[in-house]
Design a protein around this ligand. Structure first.
Ligand code: AMP
Length: 253
């Protein structure tokens, strides 16, 4: 696996691969990799000649500075996992290289991005869409892979790619859970042992078939701080705080 910091080098390499007719799969991540990231990588390796993963903790999508400071980092184990999964290229750019304009230009969606996770996190999806657009443009990937844990993010990215005539096909990947039912997330690393034992009750509660009001009450009594719970598109979407972590999940009704 080739590890690249320079965006110019990355662009040069992927232009060459495109000219040579190679298909490229892109898996954007923020690192602190777990099984779900590796399952996205697996889809890409299976579908494409080459797989590229980016690790970039994107500051513009963090509306809470503490969340950014506390975001877990596990570089050495990330590299080992990606090597083992058969990744060809890893990009880890610096903020200054990614945001040469210091975020003077941004990409904004004006409807859906204010719903669900966007309600309490103003500007979050502006940061997500902007960085994903940059990654798609600099890689010119054939396909890019996104997880359905971040359902709203996937929909917004898919619509963005269509809206701006981006050639990359945006591929959804199923939500991966721990055996306990807890959705895998880098933020689970921020939980204490006791919180980690309690965390699966979030999924259990939103899968219970109770009303939204009952679920809210139950989660609150279990020590979760509910950000939102909402029924939409035949699914229940939710975000809760537990200790230092904000956890999200969604289930089909
Ligand atoms: P992140 O590093 O959290 O930004 O996630 C990188 C990619 O992995 C995104 O497309 C996420 O939706 C996806 N992802 C993270 N956790 C899961 C999960 N438990 N199941 C499926 N996809 C996931």
């Amino acid at each position: 696996m080739k590890i690249i910091k320079s965006i110019e080098e990355w662009r040069y390499i992927f232009k060459k691969h495109k000219t040579n007719g190679k298909t490229v799969g892109l898996v954007p991540t923020m690192g602190a990799l777990h099984g779900a990231h590796i399952s996205l990588v697996g889809h890409s390796v299976k579908d494409n000649d080459l797989t590229a993963v980016s690790i970039f903790v994107n500051p513009t999508q963090f509306n809470n500075p503490d969340d950014l400071t506390n975001y877990p980092e596990t570089w050495e184990s990330d590299v080992a996992k990606l090597e083992a999964a058969g990744v060809d290229y890893l990009l880890y750019p610096a903020y200054e290289d990614m945001y040469r304009d210091n975020y003077r230009y941004k990409l904004i969606e004006t409807e859906y991005s204010g719903d669900l996770c966007g309600t309490a996190r103003p500007g979050h999806f502006d940061g997500v869409l902007t960085v994903v657009m940059k990654l798609l443009n600099m890689t010119k990937a054939t396909k890019a892979y996104f997880g359905e844990k971040d359902w709203q993010q996937f929909q917004l990215i898919k619509d963005m790619a269509e809206t701006f005539f981006i050639d990359t096909e945006i591929i959804p990947c199923p939500l991966i859970r721990e055996k306990s039912g807890l959705a895998m997330s880098s933020r689970n690393k921020m939980l204490t042992t006791e919180e980690l034992e309690r965390a699966p009750l979030f999924n259990k509660t939103i899968s219970s078939g109770k009303t939204i009001a009952e679920m809210k009450e139950e989660l609150t009594s279990l020590g979760f701080k509910v950000d939102y719970l909402k029924k939409k598109e035949g699914r229940i979407f939710g975000a809760v705080f537990l200790g230092k972590a904000r956890l999200i999940d969604n289930v089909k009704i």
